[in-house]
Design a protein around this ligand. Structure first.
Ligand code: ADP
Length: 619
């Protein structure tokens, strides 16, 4: 993370404040009001106590004395009540702000170009933000929000204190009677000592803050690893098996112990640095107070101050010393925090590179869509190797297209390009003769229902999973589940479509097998009535019988939709009237099953023979 300059500090925090303001126009005024209350509560008692003492010194009327005392008590009481109410609103608003900041991040994650989702760099950037917040005790935007009131209040108190300091210096002109030069020199010395004390402290605080920041930075990877082991490894059933069978417990215990001890060592170091910083600001406070009290004492002895003045100035100076050290401390914290606020905005600012056109996708009653890959070549961002090379294909609605090839040949990549999760590196993809980049992205996406190999089912009710919405057509969802072969299971579920899947968040949830999950994923694709249905190895988790069921019902399953069916098991593709064979990112064969098996010197025939056992089962 690079060094934050003063310009960066102002720019980034100003942007943070703008975000706070744009979200709720009252947040900043409320904080300013709260800050005024903090200052008022600090000074109120001193103002009126000074007045009371001066009145006592001149034997003022009893009613005047009572009035002064009443003002102190009533004012203080009122300020406290108003402050309680303000704090309540600030607490509510601040908590909401924190949640919303997280929502902005999650929205960004869900809507950013898909290629970023697969980018380790971007994923790490997001994790860094989460961990920075954890290591910095809620740092980032949250910290900015909560310190906003403090900075304003401390600054206000400082301004008031400076005014009183000027008054003290003004009154100290008579310190050395008949020698204005000596008086002036003593004032200069007084101010110089104060400034020196402040400068030395600030410098030391800055050094310490840099060290704390460094400790935080080194804690991030430690926490990341600890988090991964605790939440991804030890808690997951899939790891549990190999941990037990391979007796990995001692290995993991040692590794975790090392991580925890490194984490706690760094945390303790951080704590010590924090303590040191508080000690230093404490010394500053004590030093300032001693010098100022000494000065006030001399002035009082010389008769330059009334009793009330002594109380007022001593009080305001103690407030000054107290808030000045707080102010230095918070300012140093805000400087460190700026790096976290920057990381937050840097993430939100990641630009979506994908060009999004505005052309509406023609709503055709006859669903006559034509898709064409024209000389498409593609390499994944950050890689040098072409995964698809000069790939050209044309297919029409209503066709059953099977895409076969060995693992890693580029089949899934072909689908990712078709669905515009990525754009081709070279060449173009056309829908009804127009480059797909020119279409409105969401409209274009709605043409496809895809079941990817690594589909995910959410820990939510079955119906919501199928419809991908909380408000949905129950009949349609049940129909889709039946078509996907989940009819029997659905009829046995007491809560039907409202049954929660998995037990992550609901003890009454049900655990489903890989095959059932796959059927639900197929039902989800069927529910979304898109003209294209794409199944990427949809039967991988199914047993042979269930797999056969899917094949034999395939026509009924996809109806009049265009189906693109990916598999490395050739037996699953015989029902498709059009089969393409991809090898090393190139389209090497195309035809019906009967045509392709005749080309005995080519890959399809070789694969077909190798997989003969499936082939016999399929027949
Ligand atoms: P198939 O579906 O035929 O098994 P894929 O299309 O998934 O093959 O992968 C084709 C090639 O692209 C493989 O070599 C794979 O390692 C590589 N690949 C897939 N996804 C990525 C990615 N996100 N980044 C870099 N390379 C990838």
């Amino acid at each position: 993370m690079h060094k934050i300059t003063v310009k960066d500090f102002l720019k980034i925090n100003f942007r943070g404040l703008k975000l706070i303001y744009n979200r709720n126009k009252f947040s900043i005024p409320l904080s300013v009001f709260d800050a005024v209350l903090i200052s008022l509560s600090s000074y109120w008692n001193f103002w009126f106590l000074a007045r009371l003492l001066d009145h006592l010194a001149v034997n003022a009327d009893f009613s005047v004395i009572i009035k002064d005392a009443a003002l102190i008590i009533a004012g203080d009481f009122l300020i406290r009540i108003i402050k309680c109410i303000t704090d309540h609103f600030i607490f509510h608003d601040g908590s909401l702000f924190w949640e919303e900041c997280n929502i902005y991040l999650n929205e960004k994650l869900m809507n950013m170009d898909y290629e970023y989702m697969e980018s380790e760099k971007i994923q790490n950037q997001k994790r860094d933000i989460d961990e920075m917040v954890r290591t910095h005790d809620g740092g980032g935007m949250n910290f900015l929000y909560w310190r906003m009131t403090g900075v304003i209040a401390y600054s206000l108190n400082l301004i008031i204190a400076v005014v009183y300091m000027i008054q003290i210096i003004n009154k100290s002109r008579g310190l050395f009677t008949g020698s204005p030069v000596k008086s002036a020199l003593s004032s200069i010395l007084f101010i110089a000592v104060i400034i020196l004390l402040i400068v030395i402290t600030m410098k030391r605080v800055k050094q310490l803050k840099e060290k704390i920041f460094h400790e935080n930075e080194t804690l991030i990877p430690v926490y990341r690893e600890m988090h991964w082991y605790v939440f991804n490894c030890l808690e997951k059933e899939s790891y549990g098996k190999s941990i037990r069978l391979f007796h990995q417990q001692p290995l993991l215990e040692k590794h975790l112990k090392d991580l925890f001890s490194e984490g706690s060592c760094r945390s303790i170091r951080k704590g010590k640095l924090n303590e040191k910083m508080q000690r230093i600001t404490g010394f500053l406070q004590a030093g300032l107070l001693s010098i100022i009290y000494l000065y006030l004492g001399i002035m009082a002895i010389k008769g330059l101050l009334s009793v009330g003045n002594v109380v007022l100035y001593a009080g305001s100076i103690s407030i000054f010393a107290n808030y000045f050290s707080e102010w230095v401390y918070v300012l140093a914290e805000l400087t460190t925090n700026t790096a976290y606020v920057k990381a937050y905005f840097d993430f939100l600012d990641i630009p979506n590179k994908k060009y999004e056109g505005s052309l509406p996708v023609e709503k055709r009653d006859d669903d006559r869509f034509e898709l064409e890959f024209r000389n498409v070549s593609f390499k994944y961002p950050g890689t040098e190797e072409y995964v698809l090379k000069n790939f050209s294909i044309h297919f029409r609605i209503g066709e059953r297209l099977a895409v076969v090839g060995r693992n890693g040949s580029g089949k899934t990549t072909f689908i990712k390009l078709l669905c515009r999760l990525y754009d081709p590196t070279e060449g173009e993809i056309l829908l009804n003769g127009i480059d797909i980049r020119k279409y409105d992205y969401q409209e274009y996406l709605s043409l496809f229902s895809v079941v990817f190999q690594d589909f995910k089912i959410l820990s939510m009710p079955l119906g919501e999973n199928v419809a991908a919405a909380s408000d949905y057509d129950k009949e349609k969802a049940a129909g889709a589940l039946m078509r996907a072969g989940m009819g029997d299971t659905l009829s046995k579920l007491e809560k039907g479509l409202d049954t929660v899947l998995y037990t992550d968040f609901d003890t009454e949830g049900i655990d489903i097998s890989g095959g059932e999950a796959q059927k639900i994923a197929i039902a989800r694709a069927l529910y979304h009535d898109s003209p294209f249905i794409i199944l990427d190895e949809p039967t991988a988790a199914l047993d042979p019988l269930a797999e056969y069921e899917v094949y034999s019902n395939f026509d009924a399953l996809v109806g009049t939709k265009t189906a693109v069916y990916i598999s490395h098991r050739l037996s699953s593709c015989q029902f498709c009237n059009d089969i393409i064979v991809i090898d090393h990112g190139q389209l090497i064969q195309r035809g019906s099953h009967e045509e392709l098996v005749k080309e005995k010197d080519k890959l399809y025939y070789q694969l077909w023979n190798t997989q003969a056992q499936y082939y016999h089962k399929g027949q």
